[in-house]
Design a protein around this ligand. Structure first.
Ligand SMILES: Cc1ncc(COP(=O)(O)O)c(C=O)c1O
Length: 449
């Protein structure tokens, strides 16, 4: 039997901002340009965001929003952090781009710091998460190739084991290892060799592993799939099978890494580390930068010319990334992520007791998913009307990715706003009852706990 809501929150209409006529007209022209000239790849909210400060962003009409999406896990320091602004100003006046044919002042020191954070040895800088994924897939094929095999023939060790319910990006390599069919099937045939394993299902993993596997790829916490952490059991078995078969364990930490869980890397709650860890989103505080972190053993297979990039690892992006990592250390932000994450989860647990359509709260640190038994999209729109930015992934899971330097007062502000959103949003289509029609990741997750 379902619970009925225990307490009705005070309901008041969402405040509507009143932009000046001039601003509204300007905004309209820009929205019309966007509609007419952009490829329609996104279903965007009809608003132009113009600037941000700390945990808040503002639209063209001057309306203020509490930003609990953070550019989808990018703005880990919020907006306009003075040290980031200063670094960009300083470096932009020195050199925005040089070339990977030369050294710049920041790649080496940044690689050293990432190695220290991750426990891995070597770094390649890319421009995005998806490029880091593609590079890692290439490294896995390279690592698996027997020196006696002719390079003209496809490698015997060529299979990628990757997870159901996964998301790894939009390039051909990344969509080939991404389970969600809508991202992959329209572009088939994709890169061959990928096979999907039920997330957190050890038996399925074991049944698919053999010596033809060159890599097992997983998000340490599935992000787009609805915030599902990998279980310790599954991680340990993936690690041991990869070692046994000479394959690489690749952790996609593009969304969950670099502090989001309250640890430098999400996998650091386990006793073993991957052969490759991938990062991007928050790395350069909003500038595009991704990185492949790997071991000496993998690095030993690489020689000049095998992989490269024009923009990756440029001086401006690397200087900012180095500053980002130093700020996380100087401001003790991992501690803050843990403390505010706990505050947030406690508050959400109270709301779950109050609203029976909250089905489950998942995640760690400041990467939280709230699964509803009703369609999540109307809640995102209502939140926006009330000055709160969140998003919904996999139709029913509301996702919160606030900055690492969020304050306790801002978490409380969020909880007040979110309670109003839950109380006032009209509820639409129900999610299938998980006991009747199971989401495979959800069931595997339940089994793993
Ligand atoms: C786990 C994960 N991997 C890879 C990507 C792709 O990163 P990018 O959008 O920077 O290419 C994303 C982006 O959302 C992600 O969440």
């Amino acid at each position: 039997m379902r619970k009925s809501p225990k307490k009705k929150a005070a309901v008041r209409p969402a405040p509507r901002s009143k932009p000046s006529k001039v601003l509204a007209a300007k905004a309209d022209a820009r929205l019309l340009d966007a509609e007419k000239f952009l490829l329609p790849t996104y279903k965007r909210q009809p608003v132009i965001l113009t600037h941000g400060r700390g945990a808040y962003v503002f639209d063209a009409g001057g309306k203020k929003y509490l930003d609990f999406l953070g550019g989808i896990a990018v703005n880990a320091l919020g907006h306009a952090h003075p040290r980031i602004v200063e670094t960009i100003r300083r470096e932009a006046a020195r050199a925005i781009h040089l070339s990977n044919l030369y050294h710049n002042a920041y790649q080496g020191p940044l690689a050293r710091k990432l190695a220290a954070w991750s426990g891995l040895d070597r770094v390649f800088f890319a421009n995005s998460g998806t490029e880091a994924i593609d590079g890692a897939l290439k490294l896995a094929r390279l690592f698996g190739r027997n020196p006696e095999e002719t390079v003209a023939a496809p490698a015997k060790k060529h299979r990628f084991l990757t997870m159901e319910n996964s998301f790894h990006g939009r390039t051909f390599g990344a969509i080939s290892v991404t389970a969600t069919e809508k991202y992959r099937l329209p572009f088939a045939p994709v890169v061959p060799g990928a096979e999907f394993v039920r997330f957190n299902d050890v038996a399925d993993l074991e049944s698919k592993f053999d010596d033809t596997v060159c890599a097992i790829l997983l998000e340490t916490i599935q992000g787009e799939g609805g915030i599902y952490p990998v279980s310790e059991l599954f991680w340990n078995r993936a690690r041991s099978l990869a070692t046994q078969h000479g394959a690489l364990l690749i952790a996609d930490e593009i969304q969950c890494g670099l502090g989001r869980t309250g640890r430098s890397f999400a996998y650091q709650k386990f006793s073993s580390k991957p052969d490759i860890a991938l990062v991007a989103k928050p790395l350069a505080a909003g500038l595009p930068l991704g990185a492949i972190l790997t071991s000496e053993a993998v690095a030993a297979k690489v020689s000049p010319g095998m992989h490269g990039t024009t923009f990756g690892g440029g001086p401006l992006a690397c200087a900012v990334a180095l500053e980002f990592l130093k700020i996380v250390e100087d401001e003790k932000l991992l501690e803050n992520v843990r403390a505010q994450g706990e505050e947030l989860r406690e508050g959400l647990a109270k709301l779950a007791a109050q609203f029976d359509f909250i089905r489950e709260i998942r995640g760690e640190g400041l990467m939280i998913g709230v699964e509803l038994s009703v369609d999540g999209a109307p809640f995102v729109s209502e939140a926006m009307q009330r000055g709160l930015l969140i998003n919904c992934t996999h139709d029913f899971t509301l996702r919160f990715l606030p900055p690492f330097n969020i304050t306790r007062a801002q978490v409380r502000e969020f909880l007040r706003l979110f309670e109003l959103v839950l109380a006032t949003t009209p509820r639409q289509a129900s999610a299938p009852d998980s006991s009747m029609s199971p989401n495979p990741a959800r069931v595997a997750h339940a089994v793993a706990r």
